[in-house]
Ligand binder design. Structure first.
Ligand code: A2P
Length: 396
């Protein structure tokens, strides 16, 4: 496969026909989850608001980048039917509405498979997984069964993301790690491969339960070169990062021959990531919003419990989750809310045939901001990251 062709983003947004609106006036509360890492993912887009969409379409022109191979032109335009998509700087399209597969404690493969098949039946085609979540195997089984049942005709109808865990964040371990992920996914390639965190951990650390000495210096340049190799040999159609600040992206871009296509970060109305999104737009990096419902998986209710969002939801006859997701959608980011409940999967998908008013958007813009997923597991007062501020380069 060819390399990524530009460092620009050519947004081509397709809008699907009206989705079933199940019109929930109130969010269905969930039991939340333990405080383990939960995963979840800008350009400016406003559906049905021509001037904003036009802005988006013209915002970042693809610019040829010296030394970067031209991507093979594949027929990647029709892959996702009428789903809204944007085109990444790799030339590949990403569906804006996806779903997460992280759940802690790790569910049985059968439960995961059933949730993914439910999501495919609802219409989801973009699935976010990670080595950390141990969800690749269940996703692989679900994809195989979806093909067998005819739920999808071809693997190409899916956009599959997985991530390099921190224990493999060194150059010689990247290729074996993607091969292992592909084996579990039963796939020949992923659509997107991300460095999960700008952190390297000792090889034996398979999750976030680590001691300070388990955190090692990350050689970003050589690790990214290995990621570029993964892309060049066709194992990942696009490569990117997750949990990168503006500072870390700047460091990465200084070395990268292939710029990251995506930065997947926590983003929701209570942590809107305006600075990072502006930076990413400037650099042609698509933002994908994880925890778009507010890191609910960690047991917080900062979004679904937010009074203003609840008021807007009541006034519009939508669920609180739908307001949060629609807000994210109108920012032009891709969204990967996790749900293993078919009703909520449908609810989260039904955000395309209505919109927030200017006033509602302005109101949401006034919500006090707070990073929820601070990832305390990596912070040690005498370790490499002494405080959340240090870990997040002050972008709190
Ligand atoms: P469940 O899987 O039982 O639906 P996030 O992606 O922001 O981390 O949020 C995921 C959490 O939010 C999960 O606990 C999920 O539980 C719950 N959730 C997903 N969709 C909704 C919804 N529409 N309303 C309320 N909770 C939701």
């Amino acid at each position: 496969m060819g390399g990524q062709e530009t460092n620009g983003v050519a947004d081509a947004i397709d809008f699907p026909p009206q989705t079933e609106d199940i019109g929930l006036a109130k969010a269905v509360p969930s039991t939340g989850g333990p405080t383990l890492l939960k995963e979840v993912i800008g350009e400016k887009v406003r559906d049905a608001i021509p001037d904003e969409k036009e802005k988006c379409d013209t915002q970042v022109e693809p610019q040829p980048q010296e030394g970067v191979a031209q991507i093979e032109k594949e027929d990647n335009d029709q892959r996702f039917g009428s789903q809204p998509t944007v085109t990444l700087n790799s030339g590949r399209k990403i569906p804006l509405l996806g779903t997460g597969t992280a759940s802690f404690p790790i569910p049985p493969i059968e439960d995961l498979k059933n949730a993914i098949l439910d999501a495919m039946e609802v219409g989801y085609r973009h699935f976010d997984s990670a080595a950390l979540y141990q969800s690749e195997e269940g996703l692989g089984v679900a994809i195989a069964e979806a093909l067998e049942k005819g739920l999808i005709k071809s693997r190409d109808e899916l956009f599959i993301t997985t991530k390099l865990w921190c224990n493999n964040a060194c150059p010689e371990r990247v290729l074996p790690a993607i091969h292992e992920s592909l084996r579990k996914l039963r796939l020949e390639y992923v659509d997107l491969y991300l460095i999960h965190f700008p952190v390297r951990l000792k090889e034996v650390i398979l999750d976030t339960t680590c001691e300070k000495d388990d955190i090692l210096p990350l050689d970003m340049k050589s690790t990214w070169e290995a990621m570029e190799e993964v892309h060049k040999i066709g194992l990942a159609k696009s490569i990117g990062v997750s949990n990168f600040t503006c500072k870390k992206l700047t460091d990465l871009l200084a070395h990268a021959k292939i710029p990251p296509a995506v930065n997947q970060v926590e983003m929701h109305p209570v942590w809107q990531q305006q600075k990072l999104r502006d930076f990413c737009i400037e650099k042609g990096i698509h933002v994908s919003a994880y925890s778009p419902l507010g890191a609910k998986e960690w047991g917080f209710d900062v979004v679904l419990g937010n009074a203003l969002i609840n008021d807007i939801a009541r006034a519009k006859g939508k669920s609180v989750a739908q307001i949060a997701l629609r807000w994210g959608f109108e920012q032009g980011v891709s969204l990967i809310p996790k749900s293993f409940n078919k009703g909520r999967l449908k609810q989260n998908f039904a955000i395309l045939d209505w919109q927030l008013t200017e006033e509602e958007l302005q109101q949401i813009g006034t919500i006090p901001q707070k990073r929820v997923a601070t990832i305390p597991e990596f912070i040690f007062p005498d370790g490499m990251f002494k405080s959340p501020e240090e870990f997040w380069d002050g972008e709190m």
